[in-house]
Design a binder for this molecule. Structure first.
Ligand code: FES
Length: 135
C-alpha cells in the first residue's frame, strides 16, 4: 500500500512501491524513499518538491476528515501495484491502495484518488477541479 504523508503547508511525502506515469504518459522510474512531490504548484522540478512552497504563503489546511467520494475502481495493474499518474496541468491520480496521513495523525484510506498539486483546491489534499481555472 502506498503511504503518503501530508506535510503541513508543504509537499507530499510518498513511501511505498508504485509506478509513476508522467504528463506525457511515459512510465518513469523515479526513486527515493520517501519521495517528496510538489503540491503547491510552483516547483521548477516537477513532479518533485524544490522547496518553492517556503517562499509564498502556501496554506494546506488538509481536510482528511471530510467525506470524499471515490470510485471503487480497481488498481490499473493486475498485480495490485499502485499507479501514480501526473495529469498535465492537473492533479496526481493515484490508482491503487493508498493511505494518507497528516501531521496530526488524521488518516484516510482508499483506492482511487486525485490529489491536488496546483495548490488551489479548497478541499486539500484532494483535487476539487480548481486547476481548470488557473491553467
Ligand atoms: S490539481 Fe489543484 S484543484 Fe486539481
Amino acid at each position: 500500500m502506498l503511504k503518503i504523508k501530508l506535510i503541513t503547508n508543504g509537499p507530499l511525502r510518498i513511501k511505498g512501491p508504485f509506478v509513476y506515469i508522467d504528463e506525457q504518459k511515459v512510465s518513469r522510474d523515479i526513486k527515493g524513499d520517501p519521495l517528496t512531490l510538489c503540491r503547491c504548484g510552483r516547483t521548477k522540478m516537477a513532479p518533485f518538491c524544490d522547496e518553492s512552497h517556503k517562499f509564498f504563503s502556501f496554506n494546506t489546511q488538509d481536510q482528511l476528515k471530510r467525506e470524499y467520494v471515490v470510485s471503487n475502481e480497481q488498481p490499473n495493474l493486475d498485480d495490485g501495484t499502485t499507479v501514480v499518474t501526473g495529469i498535465e496541468n492537473g492533479p496526481l491520480h493515484i490508482s491503487g491502495p493508498t493511505f494518507l496521513v497528516d501531521e496530526s495523525h488524521v488518516s484516510w484510506e482508499g483506492n482511487n484518488v486525485k490529489l491536488c498539486r496546483c495548490g488551489c483546491s479548497q478541499i486539500k489534499p484532494f483535487c476539487d477541479g480548481a486547476h481548470k481555472r488557473i491553467f
